[in-house]
Design a protein around this ligand. Structure first.
Ligand SMILES: NC(=O)c1ccc[n+]([C@@H]2O[C@H](COP(=O)([O-])OP(=O)(O)OC[C@H]3O[C@@H](n4cnc5c(N)ncnc54)[C@H](O)[C@@H]3O)[C@@H](O)[C@H]2O)c1
Length: 373
């Protein structure tokens, strides 16, 4: 794209914990600027606006602003579909935090509106765009460990009530480890192996209530409405079978997040919740585990922020300005949502996955920061 064009003006709905990271990431790119923000909590919106010198406005004013082309939806999961729908119906491109909707019906409706309106719809997570994950993919595609056979994807956490200032939504519909953190793992796996065809899973809600362990709500009791430990197997079209666990019930462990086992070796990938990290590879007949230096762009965000979250929205803007498909697509999010919700409801029965998503185009090692193609 030509960076001499006027930057695309963005409006953000939802100015909570993750919002400052988004603004900081977006402002790394000269072709996108956040013009306005809004939140049900006016003080939160004013705080973010003040920090970055942007406007805090009402929801309708933001959505009706003719200068705003893209609405970024950083509300809590139950509000995602309603806000994204409103923005799409007003003719805005939309990039949403995950999940796209809390049910397949909600998510499918958004995809249908975007497609019939010729609007772009993207949905986090975007961490697979990060340098460590792009290197993993390159090594896999080059056959560095032969044909992929199996993998483990282990999301083992004690729960967000340990650190998030307002953690109740992680245990309400649309939350839980599978829908909240699972998207990082499942999207990463789709980017590596392609579409999934079948899953089988078991899910349980280990405790009905959980106390908040973080400030300022320490001691408040959260009612748990979702499974907090889901385990299962995902079968991919390329033949890889992945053993997955998504849990908020694990105090401590020593596993790697994702390990891939191929016909000629094994690979440890970076944490899918991060943009980069160590890539290690073991080749049959080689000299043991080797560390692979990350030589792809997009490894570091603004210091003090949560990585490069928002990179996918910048990539989407670059894509629609250049007329190419965006990588962090709604189709990818919809496919991931179908896999995750099927794992949660399977209870031992195999479920066929109907949707398909193409592997997003890789980002070549030689790509200059600020560019994607
Ligand atoms: N916090 C993180 O580390 C993190 C990381 C990645 C992704 N996310 C995702 O980002 C989203 C937001 O997370 P968060 O941690 O910032 O949550 P948060 O609770 O800190 O902030 C959410 C904000 O959305 C506002 N909101 C809710 N419904 C709204 C509505 N209808 N209209 C306008 N504002 C509304 C709330 O008032 C709140 O300020 C979630 O989907 C979460 O899964 C969070």
């Amino acid at each position: 794209m030509t960076h001499s064009e006027r930057p695309v003006q963005v409006g953000i709905v939802g100015t909570g914990n993750i919002s400052a990271t988004y603004v900081a990431t977006l402002h790394m790119f000269d072709f996108v600027r956040v013009k306005a923000v809004t939140d049900l909590n006016g003080a939160a919106a004013a705080g973010l606006a003040g920090e970055f010198g942007i406007d805090a406005v009402g929801l309708d004013a933001l959505i009706d602003d003719p200068e705003i082309e893209l609405v970024i939806n950083l509300t809590t999961p139950v509000a995602h579909a309603a806000i994204s729908r409103k923005a799409l119906l007003a003719g805005k491109h939309v990039y949403s935090e995950k999940p796209l909707g809390i049910t397949m019906e909600e998510a499918e409706e958004l995809v249908a509106i975007a497609s019939r309106s010729g609007l772009r719809l993207g949905c986090a997570p975007d961490t697979f765009l990060g340098g460590g994950h792009q290197l993993t993919r390159r090594l896999l595609d080059e056959g560095a460990i032969g044909q992929p056979v199996a993998a483990t994807a282990l999301l083992l956490k004690p729960g967000h009530e340990h650190w998030h200032p307002n953690p109740a939504f992680f245990y309400a519909r649309g939350g839980g480890p599978m829908l909240d953190v699972g998207p990082y793992y499942v999207t990463n796996l789709i980017a590596l192996f392609g579409s999934a065809t079948r899953v089988v899973g078991m899910a349980k809600r280990t405790r009905a209530e959980r106390p908040v362990l973080s400030e300022p709500r320490r001691g408040e009791i959260i009612k748990v409405d979702v499974p907090t430990h889901t385990t299962g197997v995902i079968e991919f079209e390329n033949g890889t079978t992945v053993t997955i666990i998504a849990s908020f019930d694990i105090v401590a462990h020593k596993h790697n997040q994702i390990e891939i086992y191929g016909s000629e070796g094994s690979m440890i990938t970076p944490d899918p919740n991060m943009f980069t990290g160590d890539v290690e590879i073991f080749r049959r007949g080689g000299a043991g585990w080797q560390h692979c230096p990350v030589d792809h762009p997009y490894v570091e965000g603004v210091p003090g922020r949560l990585g490069l979250r928002g990179l996918g929205a910048a990539e989407m803007v670059d894509a629609y300005r250049s007329g190419r498909p965006h990588r962090v697509s709604a189709e990818l999010a919809l496919h991931a949502l179908e896999i995750m919700t099927a794992l949660e409801r399977s209870q031992g029965q195999a479920i066929a996955i109907k949707s398909r998503a193409a592997r997003p185009e890789p980002i070549a090692a030689a790509t200059k920061p600020g560019h994607f193609a």
